[in-house]
Design a protein. Structure first.
Length: 471
C-alpha cells in the first residue's frame, strides 16, 4: 500500500492524494491549485498520475481547492465514479459549472492579450460541458454509511464522517484489507469547528492506523465561533446609528448563508433592528437553495429555529439579487443596510462595483468576515484599516479607503491549533503509525508538527508534492 501526495502538500490549495492498494488506484480529492496565474495554469494541467488509470475518486467536500480540478480529470479520460455526500454533490453541481465559466472568461481575457502580440490562443482549463460530464459521474453516500467503491472490490470500505466545515463536508475513513492485514486510514479533509452557525460540530472519525490531517491553522488561534453574535451585533448597531451601508465581501457558499442566519437569529430575538440585507450574487442565490435541501447537515439550534417557523435563510428584510439591473439599483440605496456580495477576497465579481461606490464614504463600513490572501484587494483593504489615506485600485482607478474597516475573525471554517488538538485528543495515539500533515503553509506545519510531537504523536511527516510513502 502506497500513498502519493499530489497536491495541498506544503500549501493550502490543490488537494489531491493518491492511494494505491491491491493494485487499485484511489484518488482522494481532486482540487484546483489557486495561485499566480502562470503557475496554476501549468499545475492544473499536469497531474502526477495518469487520469485513465484511476479506479475511483473520493471527494471530501465541495470547495474548489478540493473539487475544482475534477472536470480536468474527466477531460483527460477519467470515466469512473466520484463518491461524496449528497450535499457535496449538489453544491459541486453549481460550483463546478461556475468554475468552468470563470475558466472560460479568464482565458478569453488572456487570449485577447495574446492575439495583440500575434500569439496563438490558449484553451481554457476546462469548459462547462466538462464540468457537466463529471457531475454525471458523482455518486452520493450519506454520513456514517460504509460502502465499497466501484472497482475496488470488498477490500476497501469507505465511510464519511461530518467534518463541520461547510455544508456536506466530510472526513474520510478507508478500511483496507491487504492480504491478511487490515488497516484504517483517516483523512480529515478540512476540519471545521464547534459552534459554527448552521452546521453540526465535527464528529470524531474513530481510531486509525494512518492519518492524513489538515494543518491550515496549525500555529494560529481564532476568535471563538461563539463571538460571532457579539461582533455582528456591534457592527449592525453602529450602522443603524449612523445610517451606514455595510459592504460585506463574502464567498457564495457557506459564509454568506452563515451571516444571513446569524442576523436572522439576532433580529428574531430582538437584539438588533431589522435593517435591509441584500445578497447580491447569482451563485449565492443558487447555493442557498441547496442549503435549504440539506437539513441533515443542520445543528440542533438551526433545526429548532426552523421548527419554530423562522426562515433561517432570510426573513422579509433579506433580498436575494440575481439580475444585474437590480444589482445596479443598490448604488442609490440609502443606509442603514447591508450588501453581501462575492468574491470573498474582492478579486472579481459584483463586490468590486459596491466597493468602488462606497469605499470613499467615511460613513460606510466594510465588514471583513473571511481570510484575505496576500496580493488580493481584500488584503489591501484590511491593511488600510489603521493607515488613513491609504489608496487601493479598483477597476484600475485609485480610491482612498475612507470607509471604516471592521473585521470579524470568528467565522473561520477551519479548526485552529487548539481545536485540532482537542479533536486529536480523542485519538489513540499509539495506534497511529504515521501521520501526514497536508493543506498548510510550511510555517504553520512545522510548528504544528512540533506541537503534535509534544502531545504524544510520533512519525509526523510534512510531505512535499510528489512524495510517495509506503504504508
Ligand atoms: Zn474547505
Amino acid at each position: 500500500m502506497k500513498i502519493k501526495f499530489c497536491g495541498a502538500a506544503q500549501t493550502v490549495t490543490g488537494s489531491q492524494h493518491l492511494l494505491e492498494v491491491n493494485g487499485k488506484k484511489i484518488l482522494i480529492d481532486c482540487g484546483m491549485f489557486q495561485g499566480k496565474r502562470e503557475e496554476s495554469f501549468q499545475m492544473n494541467r499536469r497531474f502526477l498520475f495518469e487520469p485513465k488509470e484511476i479506479d475511483c475518486v473520493i471527494l471530501s467536500h465541495s470547495h474548489i481547492d478540493h473539487s475544482g480540478n475534477l472536470p480536468t480529470l474527466s477531460l483527460k479520460g477519467y470515466e469512473g465514479s466520484v463518491y461524496c455526500t449528497p450535499a457535496t454533490r449538489d453544491l459541486c453541481s453549481i460550483m463546478l459549472q461556475d468554475s468552468a465559466y470563470i475558466q472560460e472568461k479568464d482565458v478569453e481575457f488572456v487570449n485577447k492579450k495574446r492575439a495583440k502580440k500575434g500569439e496563438p490562443p490558449f484553451n481554457p482549463l476546462y469548459r462547462i460541458e466538462d464540468a457537466r460530464k463529471i457531475i454525471a459521474q458523482f455518486k452520493s453516500i450519506p454520513y456514517r454509511i460504509p460502502f465499497s467503491p466501484d472497482k475496488t472490490g470488498s477490500n476497501v470500505t469507505v465511510t464519511f464522517f461530518d467534518a463541520g466545515h461547510v455544508l456536506g463536508s466530510s472526513q474520510v475513513v478507508l478500511e483496507i484489507r491487504e492480504g491478511n492485514k487490515n488497516f484504517k486510514i483517516g483523512f480529515s479533509g478540512d476540519l471545521g469547528r464547534k459552534n459554527l452557525p448552521i452546521l453540526k460540530d465535527p464528529e470524531f472519525m474513530g481510531d486509525v492506523d494512518y492519518l492524513i490531517f489538515e494543518s491550515t491553522y496549525g500555529a494560529r488561534l481564532h476568535e471563538r465561533a461563539d463571538k460571532i453574535e457579539e461582533k455582528l451585533t456591534e457592527v449592525i448597531l453602529e450602522a443603524d446609528r449612523n445610517n451606514s451601508k455595510i459592504i460585506v465581501p463574502s464567498f457564495s457558499i457557506g459564509r454568506t448563508q452563515e451571516i444571513v442566519y446569524e442576523i436572522t437569529k439576532l433580529v428574531s430575538r430582538g437584539v438588533i433592528p431589522q435593517i435591509p440585507i441584500y445578497v447580491d450574487s447569482p451563485l449565492t442565490v443558487n447555493a442557498t437553495e441547496i442549503f435549504k435541501l440539506h437539513s441533515e447537515c443542520f445543528d440542533t439550534e438551526t433545526s429548532n429555529l426552523i421548527s419554530a417557523g423562522v426562515d433561517v435563510f432570510g426573513m422579509e428584510n433579506v433580498k436575494y439579487i440575481k439580475d444585474v439591473q437590480d444589482s445596479m439599483k443598490l448604488n442609490d440605496m440609502r443606509g442603514p443596510c447591508m450588501i453581501i456580495s462575492a468574491s470573498g477576497m474582492c478579486e472579481a465579481g459584483r463586490i468590486l462595483h459596491h466597493l468602488r461606490n462606497n469605499i470613499e464614504n467615511p460613513n460606510n463600513i466594510i465588514l471583513v468576515v473571511g481570510f484575505m490572501a496576500e496580493h488580493t484587494l481584500g488584503r489591501r483593504i484590511v491593511e488600510a484599516k489603521d493607515i488613513p489615506g491609504t489608496k487601493v485600485k479598483i477597476f484600475g482607478e485609485e480610491h482612498i479607503v475612507r470607509a471604516k474597516v471592521r473585521i470579524i475573525n470568528a467565522f473561520s471554517g477551519h479548526a485552529d491549533r487548539d481545536e485540532m488538538l482537542e479533536y486529536l485528543s480523542q485519538m489513540d495515539k499509539k495506534r497511529v503509525k504515521k501521520m501526514f500533515l497536508v493543506h498548510g503553509e510550511p510555517e504553520q506545519q512545522v510548528q504544528f508538527k512540533k506541537t503534535l510531537e509534544e502531545n504524544g504523536f510520533k512519525n509526523v511527516y510534512i510531505p512535499k508534492r510528489g512524495d510517495v510513502f509506503e504504508l
